[in-house]
Design a protein around this ligand. Structure first.
Ligand SMILES: [Cu+2]
Length: 444
């Protein structure tokens, strides 16, 4: 296969291109300010870019249908004789999680998560890994059947890759499916800092498992205290940011599809808890895990797929229903931004004269009675311009056509449109409901 040099350094291309994009990318403009600036060489299909870090890889010259990585990109390769050669640089990166909030992460080639690696069953691949981190690392190719010495477990199957060193992994892809990559060295710190990526192996027979649109992303958790920028890497379970590809709603790309498309969404979980991922408006079947393709006879309909820790679930559906369909983790605290874990339960508590009593006792303390009728008023406070700490992220945010959406974290929207053209991933805006099809206030 010829090398697709035009894709090279695609991420950087997108960052440059993004300033020239108009129309569908307008709402993304505020995202650009804090995104790290990398040098780049190429602008390709800028009108298809959804967000500053998204590159829709061209299918041109490829014997597979490339995946679309939410808020991410696919790593270009070079052909070296019959080997596809990929270069990964492990390094500190700055990632914007949503407009107005940036995090000091570790990742690969300028982003966290790292770029998606795409190859084809039967390919021999070479992965050249340079460590620009302040400590040693390795890369484990999660789910891939390979020679033991290529498995990337520091100390067990290879020496650690010390800062400044470069190691080479090389193996032949014997399976197709959805895999992940991540360090197997100081894992708790390195994964808490965002070091991970997806490895997609397309079937050799391109007619097998064919879909019209193929999305992928990783589930991630971070603990970034309000007012700070660096994740707490000693956190074990009490994370406060729940992310799709190191982005949180409203910073996550929508998944835009054409009515009638067969759609696959591949979700990998490298957090420390399970995530029941729920989609509205359609039923789907899990068709692939990190162990391979699920036989047709073993599939059943679902509207929620629980993604265990350290696992992948890919599911497929036919986009029969037009509209803006919610797509989110069903753990309700995973669709919220950062909040304290020790908030007292004030639901139903009468606080009418509480402020006065507290200010009598503590004249310098301003008590704000909140939470008596739920947390939705947090949204109102944010709207009113309540002063937030530095590097802020609201608990519940995002504006829809009918008002605040009151979501954060692991939430996005599947947009099904009959007029969306094949190959067009640009945001069509909010769904325009046919007359008489919207729930309305009763007048009786
Ligand atoms: Cu979750």
């Amino acid at each position: 296969m010829p090398t697709d040099r035009r894709d090279f350094l695609g991420l950087g291309a997108v960052l440059l291109a993004s300033s020239a994009i108009t129309g569908n990318a307008k709402e993304e403009e505020s995202c650009h300010q804090n995104t790290s600036k990398r040098q780049l060489t190429l602008v390709k299909n800028p009108t298809k870019v959804l967000s500053p870090a998204t590159l829709i890889t061209s299918k041109e010259g490829k014997n597979y249908n490339p995946v679309v990585t939410l808020n991410g990109w696919s790593l270009p390769y070079e052909m070296k004789e019959d080997i596809k050669e990929f270069r990964l640089i492990a390094e500190p990166v700055i990632r914007e999680f949503a407009p107005g909030m940036v995090v000091n992460c570790w990742g690969y080639n300028g982003t966290s998560p790292g770029p998606t690696i795409e190859a084809v069953e039967g390919d021999r691949i070479r992965l050249i890994v340079t460590n620009n981190l302040p400590e040693h690392t390795t890369i484990h190719w999660h789910g891939v059947i390979l020679p033991n010495g290529m498995d990337g477990v520091g100390g067990l199957t290879q020496p650690q890759i010390k800062p400044g060193e470069t190691y080479v992994y090389e193996f032949t892809l014997r399976q197709s499916g959805t895999f992940m990559y991540h360090p197997h060295a100081d894992e708790m710190v390195q994964m808490a800092m965002g070091m991970m990526g997806m490895l997609i192996v397309h079937p050799k027979n391109s007619k097998l498992h064919r879909v019209d649109r193929d999305f992928c992303f990783l589930l991630q958790s971070y603990d970034v205290a309000p007012g700070t920028y660096t994740p707490n890497t000693s956190t074990m379970t009490e994370f406060n940011l729940w992310a799709f590809n190191s982005r949180v709603f409203p910073g996550i790309d929508p998944m835009v599809v054409r009515k009638g498309d067969r759609v696959r969404i591949r979700v990998g979980n490298l957090t420390m808890t399970n995530h029941p991922i729920h989609m509205h408006g359609h039923t789907f079947e899990v068709t692939c895990t990190d162990g391979g393709w699920v036989p047709k006879s073993a599939r059943w309909p679902e509207v929620t797929a629980d993604i265990p820790v350290g696992a992948v679930r890919a599911f497929e559906f036919i986009a029969t229903e037009e509209g803006d369909w919610s797509f989110h983790c069903h753990k309700s605290h995973h669709t919220m931004g950062p909040m304290g874990h020790t908030i007292p339960n004030m639901l139903g508590v009468k606080q009418d004269d509480l402020s006065e009593k507290i200010s009598d006792l503590m004249p310098d303390y301003m008590y704000m009675p909140m939470g008596s009728s739920g947390m939705a008023e947090m949204q109102d406070m944010a709207e009113m311009g309540m002063v937030l700490p530095e590097n802020p992220l609201a608990m519940m945010t995002g504006n829809g056509p009918f008002g605040p959406i009151e979501m954060g974290g692991m939430f996005t929207v599947v947009k099904v449109r009959k007029d969306q053209q094949p190959g067009d991933y640009s945001d069509p805006g909010w769904y325009k409901h046919p007359e008489g099809t919207i729930a309305k206030k009763s007048t009786v």
